[in-house]
Design a protein around this ligand. Structure first.
Ligand code: ATP
Ligand code: MG
Length: 428
């Protein structure tokens, strides 16, 4: 066992029990998306590095430090996508999806960022993202928040999540504010931590996000972004808040919420989990990005989107449900035989059951079992029914069905067995 190769740092396996829960979560997401008329789009994991240079900006952590980029054999600068929005815009533009058209799109897939791995922070992680193109109205911001809430409700995590929103105005508003912030923080340089010092001239807005309490104390007396916003931006934000109030949606205004990427404007929001003391407690984040489509080469198109961290949802659900039975893999029908000559008979029976009942999980035992150990095996596999085929002759009693849940036995023929399974699985 000495030569066991370990997983690459920051990567993350999902074992089958986790995949079952993952699929359940993904299906819930998809059902709600259909309900809200969002269409799925798929795009590659690899993109030109230029796409992210143009979109997320060169002075962001993602572009500076975290991007997995390399030259391919033709010396093209390419990268593994660190997020989905820019790719989604690129794909939509390439296929003419957003030219004079409104679109509600969603996608799911792995993203890659060379970050410091921690619980809930991986170097390959999955995002489920939604992007809406063509609407400037604050009502679309509300629609996305409502869609998010439908997700949380169906996933039973609603009461653990808090919505934080903010408006960061236009790029011009932020430029004015940045100047004021740099001026203010330059005077406090001696008390800034290294990270904030690094960010001061490159991306000072990120300092607002700092987890360092001292920095947060300093910022209390500093200039506020809100005071630099245009009237239009404030009115828009107030209208959105009013909409949220009018349908009793709880939210917190967090003026320090700025988001890490360059392309956002006006509304930004995050869904946070304050319970369980999570080190990574933001499970979904998004905002408007009305300038991005133009930046990537399209016509000016209003847009908004958000992305959910799938691993974080999975982890949160495991904490909330705290039950191991969700992770038990069950099978429905376990077929065994004790005489090798019965193999083909049993194989045909298993195929018949699979064909007739698409949803029933049927397992044919192909390794040797004995009359002594087959039930132990059946219960280890968590099977509902154990079926023992005892003879090749299709008589009235060549099949023994053991209902391991109700603890009853039944001797019957193949036809009766099929009728019995039909009753059990479809009459409920
Ligand atoms: P964070 O502040 O947690 O780094 P972010 O602002 O970088 O998040 P976004 O780029 O907006 O996050 O991504 C949206 C969501 O994707 C996050 O809210 C989070 O749930 C998830 N996410 C982001 N980075 C990671 C990661 N490295 N590992 C796992 N999930 C992640
Ligand atoms: Mg991040």
């Amino acid at each position: 066992m000495n030569g066991k190769i370990q997983i690459v740092r920051g990567m993350h396996d999902l074992i089958p029990t986790e995949v079952i829960e993952w699929n359940l979560i993904e299906n819930i997401f998809k059902k709600v998306l259909i309900n809200y008329c969002y269409d799925e789009i798929r795009f590659p994991i690899i993109e030109k590095k230029m796409l992210f240079k143009k979109s997320i900006g060169t002075v962001t952590d993602i572009f500076e430090k975290e991007i997995y980029s390399f030259k391919d054999k033709s010396k093209n600068e390419i990268c593994l996508r660190p997020e989905g929005t820019a790719s989604c815009v690129r794909a939509s533009l390439n296929h003419g999806l957003i030219y004079k058209k409104k679109q509600r799109l969603w996608y799911i897939g792995p993203m890659f960022r060379y970050e410091r791995p921690q619980k809930g922070r991986y170097r390959q992680f999955y995002q489920l993202g939604i992007e809406v193109f063509g609407y400037l109205e604050p009502e679309i911001d509300l629609e996305i928040i409502l869609l998010n809430i439908s997700w949380w409700k169906k996933l039973n995590i609603e009461k653990y999540l808090t919505l934080e929103i903010n408006t960061i105005g236009s790029i011009e508003d932020r430029e004015k504010y940045q100047k004021a912030l740099i001026k203010f923080l330059s005077k406090k340089k001696s008390v800034l931590d290294q990270q904030s010092k690094n960010r001061l001239f490159k991306n000072p807005l990120r300092i607002l996000d700092s987890k360092n309490k001292k920095i947060q104390e300093i910022l209390i007396s500093g200039p506020k972004l809100f005071d630099f916003l245009s009237k239009k931006s404030i009115l828009r934000f107030n209208f959105l808040c009013k909409l949220l109030d009018s349908i009793n949606i709880k939210y917190k205004i967090n003026n320090n919420l700025v988001r890490g990427l360059d392309y956002y404007n006006d509304t930004v929001f995050e869904w946070k989990c304050e319970s369980f003391n999570l080190s990574q407690n933001t499970i979904c984040a998004g905002g408007r990005y009305d300038n991005l489509v133009e930046k990537i080469g399209g016509y000016s198109t209003p847009a908004i989107g958000c992305a959910v961290g799938m691993e974080r949802i999975l982890f949160l659900r495991s904490l909330i449900l705290n039950k191991s039975n969700s992770s038990i893999i069950k099978i429905d029908v376990y077929i065994v035989f004790f005489d090798k000559n019965l193999y083909l008979e049993c194989l045909k029976l298993s195929q018949k059951i699979r064909k007739k009942f698409g949803n029933i999980k049927t397992l044919l035992e192909i390794s040797f079992v004995t009359k002594k150990n087959y039930l132990k095996k059946a219960s280890k596999l968590n099977s509902r029914f154990c079926i023992v085929v005892s003879s090749i002759k299709k008589n009235e009693k060549n099949i023994l069905v053991k209902d391991l849940k109700k603890n009853v036995n039944l001797k019957c023929c193949e036809q009766k067995l099929l009728m019995f399974l039909e009753r059990e699985y479809y009459s409920q």
